[in-house]
Design a binder for this molecule. Sequence first.
Ligand code: PEP
Length: 257
Amino acid sequence: MGQGRRKLVAGNWKMNGLHAEGLALARDLAHRAVAARRPAGEPISCDLLVCPPATLFFSLAEALTGSGIFLGGQDCHQDRAGPHTGDLSAEMLKDAGCSHVIIGHSERRSEHGESNEIVRAKAAAARRAGLVAILCVGESEAERVSGQALSVVAHQLAGSIPDGMAAASLVIAYEPVWAIGTGRTPTVADVAEMHAHIRQRLGGALAEAGDVRVLYGGSVKPTNAAELLAVANVDGALVGGASLVAADFWAIARSCG
Ligand code: PEP
């Protein structure tokens, strides 16, 4: 597929959304997606994914039926089942209607001490369950300032992609930690440099690496989405805050061109 990669716009709702509001948001998006596909509608040119809190999986799986919008989890445990209080397995996510799961988000790495090794085990669990793993990488501000951004991300990729991972089971999300939820974004040149670097590293790590989508994440908004999504090797966006407002998420999706 290579350069023919269809963009993916994914919403990470994080720990937001009680049942009624989450359902309303999903229904709003589903309605827009269905209307866009009607003969008089304006089709969008990207895939859409929402990753709500796990409490909403079953209701949203139903609400999104027929919309073409994918459902994903925000994390999974690496084991299939067992004594892991509070955790969910990749198989449980699949069973609840998910097709994707975010792995190694910086908030998991920092708040839950997730190492590259754990992230790799979780990515393997996602593959085992038939889910697409959206594997997050990204440097801290100190690492960016000290010129280590490229090497940090290379190290994260090398440490967290399981051996033999198929391109179809993997999406990479480049999310500079300092850009998440801050309203700040890297320059277009820095995004282009990092995405080219990631694509080159993927080439050395797995077969058919040209098929892996590499998303940008970190303060993507309707106002900056078109510019970021137009950067070479940016195959979509992982969106946090702006994914909680249907009109904003939709505007970002529209920015895919
Ligand atoms: C995220 O946490 O994945 C994210 C990109 O958040 P935000 O868009 O709010 O910066």
